[in-house]
Design a protein around this ligand. Structure first.
Ligand SMILES: Cc1cc2nc3c(=O)[nH]c(=O)nc-3n(C[C@H](O)[C@H](O)[C@H](O)COP(=O)(O)O)c2cc1C
Length: 142
């Protein structure tokens, strides 16, 4: 099985970029070969490796602008026999807590991908250093 992981980032203010960077380093330490995509374009991202989507939620439950084209492109790809995982950053004081991550989950499943683990949500209201939570989750799940 490939040890490559495409880390696909949706972020407005940068917190999720820090999470992706911490996860990248953690995966490297564990012997994986991660590659981070900060401006994800479906044409650049291999589909024969596992994906780890790291995305926040903005607006009123919306995806960050930088990941919207990628998310829309998922409507037109066949991800049968593909595997993915999702880390969502959000703030539980919003009714639309982590809706961005949930949107990605729906799109991946509709495209045929299989989620290896349940969506891992990180509530920035209770976890001021979300990358610590993310690294803990990676250590427990990879
Ligand atoms: C204008 C604004 C709108 C937001 N809307 C939501 C939301 O609808 N749901 C949610 O869970 N979090 C929401 N958040 C919280 C962000 O997801 C959270 O601050 C996250 O850490 C931002 O990550 P980023 O810096 O990678 O964009 C919002 C934050 C801002 C500033």
């Amino acid at each position: 099985m490939s040890n490559k992981v495409a880390i696909i980032v949706g972020s407005v203010l940068g917190a999720t970029e820090y999470v992706a960077e911490a996860v990248e380093n953690c995966l490297k330490d564990k012997g994986y070969e991660p590659q981070v995509f900060l401006a994800p374009n479906i044409d650049d991202i291999p589909t024969d490796v596992e994906w780890l989507i790291c995305t926040s939620t903005h607006g009123a439950g919306d995806l960050p602008d930088n990941i919207v084209p990628f998310a829309n492109a998922l409507n037109n790809v066949d991800l049968s026999s593909h595997k993915a995982r999702i880390i969502g950053l959000g703030d539980s004081s919003y009714d639309t807590y982590c809706y961005g991550a949930m949107t990605m989950e729906k799109k991946l499943i509709a495209a045929g991908s299989t989620l290896v683990t349940p969506v891992h949500t990180i509530d920035v209201l209770h976890h001021p250093i979300p990358e610590d939570e993310a690294v803990k989750w990676v250590n427990e799940n990879y």
